[in-house]
Design a protein around this ligand. Structure first.
Ligand SMILES: Nc1nc(=O)c2c([nH]1)NC[C@@H]1CN(c3ccc(C(=O)N[C@@H](CCC(=O)O)C(=O)O)cc3)CN21
Ligand SMILES: CC(C)C(=O)C(=O)O
Ligand SMILES: [Mg+2]
Length: 295
């Protein structure tokens, strides 16, 4: 969000829910889907907004009813949901099936789907072909792809074709084999590159940009510089929006989680306890009881 927008915000505080805009992001009366324009308008008013990943209809319906306005069918499904080591092996077929499920499970949220590794690196035409699949076959409202300057031609062609695009710069996990999982944008030269990447994404026509694993001060500077919303993950508190991988947020991720995540509950423990209780009752012969039994 620009400084101008921030000043507008302090000059005219939001006056409560307005149909079709503003607090409608968080479950106002409107039942239509949230659009990229609603996202831009909310950000202009200085409203921060939360994004969560989702990979199936059931989970997505929970978050939709909880009022999460934007959901990302992230290629993090690779390690969080499909059992791969990283996001790198995720295919367009996997993205399309799970994105369609998330769309079916939701009524209100804007659904953004990642273009997986290999689905846009060949060039803009390949990017358009694969983004079109996610829009037409899965029914998502927008796509996301990684890279700043290196991806600006892809972003531009998708936007010209009428597909809203979210950019993603800083740590780009599809490049893990080249860059590892390290904080990005440290040092003057790397910071200048991140600013150039952010501007390239905005100039290409993206409606928002994810900043992953960058110093908070740099994320704040990018946020002040751009007019499109910034969505932070491991980028400090001053971005316009935040995103978390939902399995980290609910404590379901097996193994190590990044330091920037916050675990709000421990579903792994809840599910472990439930599974053990069920197993004990089956072994002990106390389940099924009379009320679960037909004669
Ligand atoms: N479960 C999960 N959560 C995520 O946030 C996530 C995924 N998976 N998969 C796709 C990408 C990969 N991400 C990652 C993966 C590892 C680190 C990591 O190891 N970070 C170090 C900090 C490194 C440093 O200090 O430079 C850490 O300890 O958090 C960070 C982000 C974020 N995304
Ligand atoms: C971490 C977020 C931004 C993402 O790209 C994903 O979940 O795949
Ligand atoms: Mg991703």
């Amino acid at each position: 969000m620009s400084l101008q927008a921030a000043q507008n915000q302090s000059a005219t505080p939001p006056a409560g829910p307005t149909p079709g805009t503003g607090k409608a992001l968080y479950g106002g009366k409107s039942t239509r889907r949230i659009s990229v324009h609603d996202i831009a308008a909310a950000t202009e008013r200085g409203e921060k907004w939360p994004m969560l990943t989702a990979y199936d209809a059931m989970t997505a319906s929970v978050f939709d009813e909880a009022g999460i306005p934007v959901m990302l069918v992230g290629d993090s499904m690779g390690n969080c949901h499909l059992g791969y080591e990283t996001t790198v092996p995720v295919t367009m077929d996997e993205m399309t099936v799970l994105s369609a499920a998330v769309v079916r499970g939701t009524k209100r949220a804007l659904i953004v789907a990642d273009l997986p590794f290999g689905a846009y690196q060949e060039g803009p035409v390949q990017a358009l072909r694969n983004a079109t699949r996610l829009i037409k076959d899965a029914g998502v409202g927008a796509v996301k792809l990684e890279g700043g300057e290196r991806s600006h031609e892809q972003i531009r062609l998708l936007v010209e074709a009428g597909i809203p695009v979210m950019g993603h710069i800083g740590l780009t996990p599809q490049s893990v084999n080249a860059m590892g999982y390290r904080v990005q944008g440290r040092g003057e030269e790397a910071a200048q590159q991140l600013l150039r990447d952010a501007k390239a994404v905005q100039d290409a026509g993206a409606f928002a940009v994810v900043l992953e694993l960058v110093p908070a001060e740099l994320a704040a500077e990018v946020t002040r510089t751009l007019h499109i919303p910034t969505v932070g993950i491991g980028a400090g508190p001053e971005t316009d929006a935040q995103v978390l991988v939902y399995t980290d947020m609910v404590g379901l991720t097996g193994g190590k989680v990044p330091r920037f995540t916050k675990q709000y509950t421990n579903l792994r423990q809840v599910m472990t306890d439930a599974a053990r209780a069920y197993a004990e009752e089956v072994v002990g012969g106390t389940f099924p009881a009379a009320e679960h039994t037909f004669h």
